[in-house]
Design a protein around this ligand. Structure first.
Ligand code: 0X9
Ligand code: ZN
Length: 431
């Protein structure tokens, strides 16, 4: 009897998931001119659209539409003549399906009794933390686990330092990669854990350990990340409640608007309820302070910083607040293109090809307070935001089918290899 009750309860919980998304739909928008772009910009605020992938000229994007605004949305895009088509008729059903696939893969893993890190299923926080602990335990000569701080809700923010010389050879350049600052971008953390695997467990490029010290932080924002699994799939921000009198009702800060780079000037919001809320001051979040401190501690030899986001298949570089170029733009572009070319050689034919360039020009909107800009401003010569693939044309964006996780992790690793080697060459030349 108890068992039956427990099963019924489980089923009820499963059905109750994503309930806040009942009636939500998502649409592709393909703006054809400047006016269309402006209308979309306005609709975003008027109809509270959630932009899953930013539309620009010649590249359609995806927006989430709430049921109460659906009719006005359709009327507005039709009146403005903006080409549109349905992306997901029933967002809740699409997410329920994703959950089912993810759960099936997880069960298969449990049945196989696998100790391996999964790349056919999304990685929950406890799986990632257990992996970091295991790697540090099994490879004590090269790997150190650091718990930099606790997140706002008390979860450890863990990273690995990987080095053949315990970070004591000051002549080696450092490479720092972080992921999971935006909670809903699930494909990001596995690309960082996969880099750990390739540096420690399954070494095929041993020069990368001889030449560099590495810092790998798979999930900057563990509170937000877990929230997307347990409660709300499209959560983006941290989960802090101490920013504003409204923060307890509207928690969280957009980590990628919280860095001290033209903070809160453009592409951000001063409203705590907005998805791009910048926080009440630069580095108001413990999560961004952790990244700040890693950069500052290693600045004198930090050659390359990569921050993993999704989606859109883009490699973006500064400056992201106004589209101007830094004095190092030539190198930024060359190394960016080299990484993208190597990814192209390793990608699947149904994946979109990477586009490389200045953040504003490529992604199509300016945004201040981003980590890639701040790191470059303070002196990291090569600093990039990766927008990992989301297969917008075929499958979904944030909820990329788990069968593609391993492919994305592998091809991204190829990009990292090229980026590291080139960063190393440039770093030595400029010393
Ligand atoms: O808006 C962002 O923070 C990034 N895109 S995302 O869809 N992952 O949210 C892009 C950041 C681009 N970089 C700068 N604006 N510097
Ligand atoms: Zn992001």
């Amino acid at each position: 009897m108890m068992k039956v009750l427990a099963l019924l309860l489980l089923a009820a919980v499963a059905l109750a998931k994503h309930e806040e998304l009942i009636g939500w739909k998502s649409y592709y928008l393909a703006p054809a001119n400047e006016e269309h772009l402006q209308t979309i910009g306005r609709l975003k605020y008027d109809l509270d659209l959630d932009v899953l992938s930013h539309p620009i000229l010649q590249r359609e994007g995806v927006v989430l539409v709430k049921p109460e605004h659906h009719d006005s949305f359709i009327q507005a895009v039709q009146e403005a003549g903006i080409p549109y088509r349905i992306h997901r008729e029933d967002v809740k059903a699409a997410l329920d399906y994703d959950d089912m696939v993810i759960e099936t893969r997880r069960r298969e893993r449990v049945m196989r009794n696998s100790r391996e890190m999964p790349y056919d299923s999304y990685q929950r926080m406890e799986v990632i933390d257990a992996y970091l602990e295991r790697i540090a335990r099994e490879y004590p000569d090269t790997v150190t686990l650091v718990t930099a701080a606790n997140s706002f809700n008390g979860r450890p923010i863990n990273y690995l330092k990987i080095s053949t010389t315990n970070f004591e050879d000051e002549s080696k350049p450092v490479i720092f990669i972080d992921g999971g600052i935006h909670a809903r971008e699930w494909i990001s953390p596995p690309t960082v854990t996969y880099a750990i695997r390739k540096l420690v467990e399954d070494v095929t490029e041993s020069d990368l350990l001889d030449r560099f010290d590495w810092i790998l932080l798979p999930v900057v924002n563990p509170d937000g990340y877990e929230h997307t699994f347990t409660t709300y799939r499209f959560w983006r921000k941290t989960r802090s409640t101490d920013q504003h009198s409204l923060s307890p009702t509207c928690p969280g800060v957009d980590g990628n608007r919280n860095y001290d780079f033209f903070w809160n000037t453009v592409g951000t919001s001063a409203s705590p309820c907005a998805d791009t809320y910048a926080g009440n001051r630069p580095f108001s979040e413990i999560e961004t302070r952790v990244v700040r401190d890693i950069v500052q501690e290693n600045l004198h030899r930090l050659a390359l910083y990569l921050t993993m986001h999704s989606y859109g298949s883009m490699i973006l570089y500064p400056w992201g607040h106004d589209g101007t170029l830094s004095p190092n733009a030539f190198a930024l572009h060359l190394v960016g293109v080299a990484m993208a070319d190597r990814i192209f050689e390793n990608q699947l034919p149904n994946f979109p090809r990477y586009v490389v360039g200045n953040s504003v020009l490529v992604i199509g909107y300016p945004a201040a307070g981003a980590s890639e800009d701040w790191a470059h401003l303070v002196g990291v010569p090569l600093s990039y935001t990766y927008e990992l693939p989301g297969l917008a044309g075929g499958l979904n964006g944030f909820h990329l089918d788990p069968i593609y996780i391993e492919q994305v992790a592998k091809e991204t690793w190829e990009g990292i290899v090229v980026g590291a080697r080139q960063a190393g060459d440039l770093f030595l030349r400029n010393k």
